[in-house]
Design a protein around this ligand. Structure first.
Ligand code: NDP
Length: 284
């Protein structure tokens, strides 16, 4: 039996349709949610991501502003733009597309975003809230989207072994915290993990967030496991692929997310969710 597919595109469509209704209701109350996206420079991948985010906002009825700044923009100029958006009542969420050019300190930029507008969930205040279990701040969109997919298939994480491969602040670490909050037993793997396969083979839920095509092969997966593939890579033919050898692993796993059409669309969906939540909090 091959694995069942967790269709991130279909789930995104369903969630976004519900969000559009939420937005309509908020707008009728005079509070149209608003997202500002700042792009510095002209990284082609970033341009695609930013365009997709703006398009998704438009489809959901969210007011969106795209600020495209020159690659030579100074850190001071960028901080001044963020200060202006922090003070802008029509904007509930601010997203600075990463990576930033090397002359800009990304940490300083993220910390300059007002925590109540930190819809990417990268601010230290959001990270701290997730770590301590406080109901404030925002959860990072990609791992939150992964959790939503697990919820959508009705999976109860309590007591299960979740293995997260990758420990970045935007995916791996927050993913591990979210799984822990659901009472899974969590193992975090990274580039210094001695025997990756020995770890991943224990996983009831395996999340791969590395950035290496084909890293997770069928022999590394426990039969029946749920495999969530966050990776976004190009294979030798230039085709978009994840970290998981999809064709091999689907013969072993119980559930699997495809790339494309899995975690990717869910990331933008959770950005919309956070932006709407930010607007609702203003109302409260
Ligand atoms: P980072 O490069 O920040 O982190 C990668 C992590 O993988 C690091 O923790 C690194 O370990 C670990 N790693 C590297 N090599 C190995 C290895 N051989 N075995 C085990 N662990 C390893 O990447 P991100 O977290 O930002 O992104 C990960 C992937 O997810 C990328 O492909 C990215 O494009 C994709 N992505 C997809 C999104 C989506 O919407 N679908 C959104 C965000 C990211 P160490 O810490 O020791 O260096």
């Amino acid at each position: 039996m091959t694995a069942q597919i967790i269709d991130g595109l279909a789930l995104s469509r369903k969630l976004r349709a519900a969000f559009a209704q939420d937005v309509q209701a908020l707008t009728a109350q005079g509070l149209q949610p608003g997202l500002a996206v700042i792009l510095v420079g002209n990284n082609p991948a970033s341009q695609v991501y930013v365009r997709n985010k703006i398009k998704a906002c438009q489809e959901a009825g969210i007011h969106s502003v795209l600020e495209q700044l020159d690659a030579t923009t100074t850190q001071q100029e960028l901080l001044a733009r963020i200060a202006a958006l922090n003070a802008d009542a029509a904007i509930h969420g601010i997203l600075v597309q990463l990576p930033l050019p090397p002359h800009i300190d990304a940490d300083a930029v993220i910390e300059a975003i007002a925590p109540e507008k930190d819809v990417d969930g990268f601010h230290i205040s959001s990270a701290g809230a997730l770590m301590t279990g406080l109901d404030r701040g925002f959860w990072p969109c990609t791992p939150h989207g992964c959790l939503k997919m697990l919820d959508d298939i009705g999976y109860d994480l309590r007591g299960k072994h979740a293995v997260v491969v990758g420990r970045s602040n935007i995916v791996g670490k927050p993913m591990a915290m979210m799984l822990l909050a659901r009472s899974a037993t969590v193992t975090i793997c990274h580039s210094a993990t001695a025997d990756l396969g020995a770890m991943t083979r224990q996983a009831d839920v395996l999340v791969a967030a590395v950035g290496k095509a084909g890293l997770i092969t069928a022999d590394m997966v426990k039969p029946g496991a749920i495999v969530i593939d966050v990776g976004m890579n190009r294979n030798a033919q230039g085709k978009l692929c994840g970290d998981v050898d999809f064709e091999g692993v689907r013969q072993v796993a119980g559930w699997i997310t495809p790339v494309p059409g899995g975690v990717g669309p869910m990331t933008i969906t959770m950005l919309l969710a956070n932006t709407i939540a930010a607007a609702k909090r203003r109302l409260a």
